[in-house]
Design a protein around this ligand. Structure first.
Ligand code: ACO
Length: 327
């Protein structure tokens, strides 16, 4: 590992949440549930829900603009855009090309990746590999979702869990030494197992029903698999780098459920004060949850240059993944 390596260093972050906030009590006015049940089982208190003029690409574009401003870069500095989403505005074109056009970028390439809640980890790993190959030098990696549009608002077992939003990071090529002292993405690990399709899926699509469909989930089954899959793929990241839970300054997990986050951190031996949690305010925003949490923790001064940040996610497919980033 000790040789000159092109690293992907985070240069800026940004996010965008819809203006409308929906508290648990408002949902309890529509389906048989309560603030107490939702908060106790999931940690969620409120979530942002997109208005009629807000879409995945408008949220993603706003997050991208914020990340560029934070990085002190112009749109033309970007030559790669990778968007993670399971809720695109349209079947095609991709959200990424819409954001590219919105930013006025005409060079480079933009495309979406689909890995549901794991999408941001998959998008970051993809962009990092493009940059490491030398083919591209500065990327916007975006997680953007409007899950409110695919929820069955009469199904209390799912509609209480999700929210809308977008987060973005700018990563850029920088020469590293190939050691774990480098800044940038140090390692990433992606997994999938399609046998679990029916535990978490959408019951429609262009090639089956011709509709967008609604999210369906066997919550207890997802929960049962989540902690093991998450901790396995984090152990892979530690094994690849020789780093340990003690080296991690900030653990920024996918925000699906506080009980899953707490159980994963405990199993890994990561102290609670190192865990960044936003699920109480955002709900599960799928691919947007990690970049939203990264942006929050960076702007409030928690994440600083040089900090070792661990991200992980698990979602529909199943898909799951982890990455270690030195900020
Ligand atoms: N309000 C009140 N009661 C409810 C609600 C609700 N919103 N939802 C379910 N219940 C009831 C059930 O009907 C059930 O009642 P019963 O015992 O009379 O049958 C009871 O509560 C317990 O239901 P469980 O499903 O066993 O509840 P559990 O403790 O497992 O919590 C939850 C459910 C929160 C969904 C949990 O299983 C979970 O978090 N699973 C993981 C889900 C997740 O993280 N998904 C995202 C993955 S990432 C992605 O890709 C989208």
């Amino acid at each position: 590992m000790n040789r000159p390596t092109i690293r992907s260093v985070v240069r800026g972050t940004g996010s965008c949440l819809p203006a409308r906030v929906v508290g648990n009590d408002e949902i309890a006015g529509k389906v048989e549930t309560s603030d107490e049940w939702i908060a106790q089982r999931t940690g969620i208190r409120r979530r942002h829900i997109a208005g009629p003029d807000e879409t995945t690409s408008t949220l993603g574009l706003a997050a991208a603009r914020a990340a560029l401003a934070d990085a002190g870069l112009e749109a033309e500095d970007i030559d790669l855009i990778v968007v993670a989403t399971a809720t695109p505005d349209y079947t095609f074109p991709s959200v990424a090309t819409q954001i590219q056009a919105g930013l006025g970028i005409t060079r480079g390439v933009a495309f979406d990746v689909a890995a549901v809640c794991s999408g941001f980890v998959f998008a970051l790993a993809t962009a990092e590999k493009f940059i490491a190959s030398g083919s591209h030098s500065r990327a916007l990696v975006i997680g953007a979702e409007t899950f409110s549009r695919i929820l069955d608002w009469n199904d209390r077992t799912t509609c209480v869990l999700f929210g809308d939003g977008a987060g973005a990071v700018v990563i850029e090529a920088a020469e590293g030494t190939g050691t774990i002292a480098d800044r940038g993405v140090l390692t990433s690990h992606l997994r999938s197992d399609g046998r679990h399709r029916t535990k978490l899926y959408v019951d429609g699509g262009p090639s089956t029903t011709g509709t967008a469909g609604h999210l369906r989930m066997e919550g207890r089954e997802v929960f049962r698999h989540a902690v093991g899959m998450i901790t396995d793929v984090i152990e892979d990241a530690f094994a690849a780098t020789g780093l340990t839970a003690d080296d991690v300054k900030w653990f920024v997990p996918h925000q699906a459920n506080k009980r899953i986050i707490d159980a994963s951190a405990e199993k890994l031996g990561i102290a609670p004060e190192k865990v960044v949690i936003t699920v109480q305010d955002h709900g599960n925003t799928s691919a947007a949850s990690i970049p939203l949490a990264l942006d929050e923790a960076r702007r409030d001064g928690r994440i600083r240059q040089g900090d070792l940040v661990l991200i992980e996610a698990m979602g529909g497919g199943f898909t799951w993944g982890s990455a270690l980033i030195r900020w």
